[in-house]
Design a protein around this ligand. Sequence first.
Ligand code: NDP
Length: 338
Amino acid sequence: MPYLRAMSYSASKKRYDSMQYNRCGHSGIKLPAISLGLWHNFGNADDPKKARKIIRSAFDSGVTHFDLANNYGPPPGEAEKVFGKILKENFRSYRDEIIISSKAGYYMWPGPYGEWGSKKYLVASLDQSLKRMGLDYVDIFYHHRPDPDTPMEETMTALDLIVRQGKALYVGVSSYTAEQTKRASGMLKQLGTPCLIHQPRYSMFERWVEDGLMDVLGHEGIGCIAFSPLAQGLLTDKYLKGIPVDSRVGRGLGNGAITNESISEAVISRVHRLNELAQQRGQSLAQMAIAWVLKDKRVTSVVTGVSSPAQLKDNIDSLKNTSFTKEELKSIEVILTS
Ligand code: NDP
């Protein structure tokens, strides 16, 4: 019976043998260099068996951190439900070995209290997330995006409150600018709930963090977990010969996923050249792209999304070679800026 098979999971005894764990800023927490994100591939149109396999193979390989948000799906909330079911059935006895994060900031329900950064929204949204996942607390709760209208003091006070209520152990922010991060960090330190981590988009194709944010994170002792390190799959070899129907672009997922327009001739020409360089290093392009993000020691982890356990393995194997020669870095700069 499929139900019984789902129940019979015992994690690999070798799960901590080869993963690298990095300290998250100036905190007591270490995160795996590779974390798993559930933005895509865990919705109601995805295969639940594959979703379970991905989570199990991640944990078996030492991936102890799973990144969620209230709105991941589709529909919004579905990824938390799917993950909660897998947790309940397979990971109940491993809860203390796992770091689970969720976020709130984007649209979740109608009316004035269903998005952005008010205390009303953040507290209610986390309560909903905990219910969907069947958890008493998350390890990290993020404010998902800066709110131009809510006073930052209110948002940070809400994050502090949530920790004091025992609903999250640590807090973080996502996509805050360098300046916003500095202000948020100052407020959180004063409240006694220091900002653990910042989650920005960072890849060879998206480098805004290099312009001030990484310095703020280093100075404030905040960890960094880079999202979309593969530019949603562009920084792999998958689009070199067209658009596979089962790819993120081919599936036409919408909701922020890359589309046909992202696959311009200029982009593909760069990807070809990067792919050749990766091959010279004895790596897949995905591996080189992840290694490149991890070369900055202020980056604690990269959070990658995968549509199969094989992709996850490929990405984890990037840790076998994370150093670059000066010449390689120069060649990458030339490709990225030409
Ligand atoms: P990636 O850049 O890692 O892209 C993931 C996609 O790339 C996969 O779905 C797969 O695409 C493809 N891929 C992954 N590994 C390989 C491989 N080895 N070879 C070939 N193709 C591969 O990250 P995501 O954009 O998925 O983001 C990762 C996570 O970051 C999210 O799940 C979420 O947790 C977080 N995130 C946070 C945001 C925020 O605002 N804080 C915003 C967006 C993401 P395919 O499906 O085509 O096979």
